[in-house]
Ligand binder design. Sequence first.
Ligand SMILES: C[S@@+](CC[C@H](N)C(=O)[O-])C[C@H]1O[C@@H](n2cnc3c(N)ncnc32)[C@H](O)[C@@H]1O
Length: 250
Amino acid sequence: MTSSEVWDAATAAAYDADAAAQFAPGVLGPTVDLLHELAAGGPVLELAIGTGRVAVPLAERGLDVTGIELSEAMVAQLRHKVPATEIPVVVGDMATATAPGAGDYALVALVWNTLSNLRTQDEQVACFANAARHLRPGGRFVIELWVPPIQRLAPGEHAVPMTVSAEHVVIDTYDLLTQSCASHHYHHDPDGTVRSGVGHFRYAWPSECDLMARLAGLEPEARWADWDRTPFTATSPSHVSVWRKPQGVS
Ligand SMILES: C[S@@+](CC[C@H](N)C(=O)[O-])C[C@H]1O[C@@H](n2cnc3c(N)ncnc32)[C@H](O)[C@@H]1O
């Protein structure tokens, strides 16, 4: 049983178009470059692989890539791009599912804020443990995660505009007691249709991630503000963090 919302066929079919900005070479290129470097030629497990935005170019660079993904509809979209023989995927919860080759991955990756799709602390802790148990000694766990923009909340307010454009408006609302966030999306399609939806998340601070990594037996290696290795600062809106499984630990 997972607290994550399961993405349906309509959401999956629209995903690549809705996420076009994340596919732009200036965004995706540095992501794939750094993941490729961190894998150092070894096998990669992507948690929440989605439609393969990151996994497909990593596999095209010659890495063995496997995925875990909760939504069968997202995997079906991936299958329009690559067969299961090239990028195998286990349909399941990234906090608990086991991929073939567990214990031998050089890199486990969980990108684009997706740790937050697990909406309880217990599940996020379990996800770090699951990542760690898939790694070989010396292997790396990397996440890309937003820093909760709580400082943008005006006193007494609980909503922050995250994206405002003619095509897409996103308003996030926060519950500071439960660390929960609801992300309200409004897409204005070219035919004039307005699609709306709401996603629910649990935010975690970088320090909480470090603690979850420590609980999983992982050691911190690096934290940057982005995939270009920009230094992380007190005002960085997100982070790319890397932890390693110590050598000699199986
Ligand atoms: C923002 S998308 C990211 C997909 C892909 N990694 C990318 O970068 O484009 C989030 C993905 O997480 C998946 N997901 C959400 N909760 C999950 C869980 N508990 N276990 C596995 N996958 C999950 C969703 O189905 C969706 O495919």
